[in-house]
Design a binder for this molecule. Structure first.
Ligand code: ASP
Ligand code: MG
Length: 406
C-alpha cells in the first residue's frame, strides 16, 4: 500500500464542519487503498489568539511558556480530527509532536527538526489507524516543548514524509496552490502549476504564506516533491520540484510582500571600524534576524546605518540598542514601523538584464517611493510605505506581465 502524508492548514480545520469535510477526504483516500498520515495546524486563528492571550499576562512572554501554550492549538485540532474520523468509522489516533517522535534543536519559537523517530506512527499504521499528528511542534534534547516558527506545520509534514519515505506529500490549504501573487491582492494572479524549490523558498522567505520556507528546504534536501493544493476543490494545484525539471521561460515567477517589517536607523554614527560589528552583534546575541542593511556614504566623519527586522522583534531591538546608541555614540535611533517590503522572485532573472529597472519603473509609475533596496541572485526587494504595498504588488505584477491573459 502506498503511504501519503497530508497536511491541512488552519482554515481547513477552522470549525466542526470543516474538520468533518477533511475527515471525509481522508476516509475517501483510505477507501481507495492508501495509507495516510495526517498533519494538522491549529484551528483558524487559534495561534494568534493564544499569543494575544499570553501578552495580556506578560509584555514579553517567556519563550518556553509561549511554546508550551502555542503547541496546544495543534493538539486540539489533531484530537478533533481523530474524533471526526472515528465518527466516520475510520480508526484514527492523534499524536502530539513528541508522541510522533519529532526531536528539535534551536531556539523556542523557531526550532528546527533535528531527527524523527517515527516508530509509534509506523505501529499505528500497521494496526490500521490513521495517525493524526499535531504540526508545528516537537521536543528538544533538554525535554522542552518547542515550536517550529509560524507556519511550521508544513515543515512537520515534509519532515514526516521524508522520515516515513512517503510516496506523496500534499499540503492542503484554502488556496488552490502557489500563485504569481496573492489573489486577494491581485485579482488576475495566475496559479503556477510548477515552481522550483529555490523560487518557492525565496517567495516564502520574502513573505508569501503558502508554504513554510523550512518545509521547502527540507523537501529539497530529501528530493521530495511538495504538492500544494486546496482542501475545498480537486484542482491539481502546484508542485514544488527541482529547478532542472522546468524550463525557465520567465524572468520573474512571482511577486510577494511582507508587512511585518520594521526599519531602524542609527543616525550619525562615527565612521570608524567596529561600529557595524557592535550594532549587529548586539542584535544577533538577542536572536534577532536582520534583513536589509544599508550604510550611507560618510560625511564629516559620520554616517547612518539603517536596517530592517521583523516587527515582532521591535520592542526587544529598541531595548538592546538604547545602550549601544549612547556608547557609539549615535545621534539618535529612528524607528519606522509603517513600512512593508515588496519583492519580485524569479530564477530567470539571473540571465536576463533589466529586471531591476522594470521593477523600479513600475513603482515610479504608481507614484510609490522606494525607501530601501536589496537583492539576492533570484530576487529584488524594495521597502515602501505600508499603505502602498498592495498597490506596489499590483504594479510590479503587471509590469512583468504575470497576469492572466484576457
Ligand atoms: N499554527 C501555527 C501558525 O499559525 C503553525 C501553522 O499553522 O503551521 O503559525
Ligand atoms: Mg496557521
Amino acid at each position: 500500500m502506498s503511504l501519503w502524508v497530508w497536511k491541512f492548514g488552519g482554515s481547513s480545520v477552522a470549525g466542526p464542519d470543516r474538520i468533518r469535510h477533511v475527515a471525509r477526504r481522508v476516509a475517501e483516500a483510505r477507501r481507495e487503498g492508501h495509507d495516510l498520515v495526517v498533519v494538522v495546524s491549529a484551528m483558524g486563528d487559534t495561534t494568534d489568539d493564544l499569543i494575544a492571550l499570553a501578552r495580556q499576562l506578560h509584555p514579553e512572554p517567556p519563550a518556553r511558556e509561549l511554546d508550551a501554550l502555542m503547541a496546544t492549538g495543534e493538539q486540539a485540532s489533531a484530537a478533533l480530527l481523530a474524533m471526526a474520523l472515528d465518527a466516520l468509522g475510520v480508526p484514527a489516533r492523534s499524536f502530539t509532536g513528541w508522541q510522533a517522535g519529532i526531536q528539535t534543536e534551536g531556539p523556542h519559537g523557531s526550532a528546527q527538526v533535528r531527527a524523527i523517530a517515527p516508530e509509534r506512527l509506523r505501529e499505528a499504521l500497521k494496526a490500521g489507524f490513521v495517525p493524526v499528528v499535531a504540526g508545528f511542534q516537537g521536543l528538544s534534547a533538554e525535554g522542552h516543548v518547542t515550536t517550529l516558527g509560524r507556519g511550521g506545520s508544513d515543515t512537520t509534514a515534509v519532515a514526516l514524509a521524508a522520515a516515513l519515505q512517503a510516496e506523496r506529500c500534499e499540503i492542503f490549504s484554502d488556496v488552490e496552490g502557489v500563485f504569481t501573487a496573492d489573489p486577494r491582492v491581485v485579482p488576475d494572479a495566475r496559479l503556477l502549476p510548477v515552481i522550483s524549490y529555490d523560487e518557492m523558498m525565496e517567495l516564502a522567505r520574502l513573505g508569501a504564506q503558502v508554504l513554510h520556507h523550512r518545509a521547502v528546504t527540507c523537501a529539497q534536501h530529501n528530493g521530495l516533491i511538495i504538492h500544494a493544493r486546496s482542501t475545498f476543490s480537486d484542482h491539481p494545484g502546484t508542485r514544488v520540484v527541482p529547478a532542472d525539471t522546468i524550463e525557465p521561460d520567465r524572468p520573474v515567477s512571482g511577486v510577494t510582500s511582507d508587512r511585518h517589517v520594521a526599519r531602524l536607523a542609527l543616525v550619525s554614527v562615527p565612521n570608524v571600524p567596529g561600529i557595524a560589528h557592535r550594532v549587529f552583534s548586539a542584535l544577533a546575541e538577542a536572536g534577532i534576524n536582520v534583513d536589509m542593511i544599508s550604510q550611507s556614504v560618510a560625511r564629516n566623519g559620520h554616517q547612518d546605518i539603517a536596517f530592517t527586522i521583523s516587527d515582532g522583534h521591535l520592542a526587544v531591538a529598541r531595548r538592546i540598542l538604547e545602550p549601544v546608541v549612547r556608547e557609539l555614540p549615535a545621534e539618535r535611533l529612528v524607528v519606522d514601523d509603517r513600512i512593508a517590503k515588496v519583492s519580485a522572485v524569479g530564477a530567470g532573472m539571473v540571465t536576463q538584464p533589466g529586471v531591476a529597472a522594470t521593477m523600479f519603473g513600475a513603482l515610479a509609475g504608481a507614484g510609490i517611493n522606494i525607501e530601501m533596496i536589496s537583492t539576492s541572485e533570484i530576487s529584488i526587494s524594495c521597502l515602501v510605505a505600508r499603505e502602498q504595498v498592495d498597490d506596489a504588488v499590483r504594479a510590479v505584477h503587471a509590469a512583468f506581465g504575470l497576469g492572466a491573459e484576457r
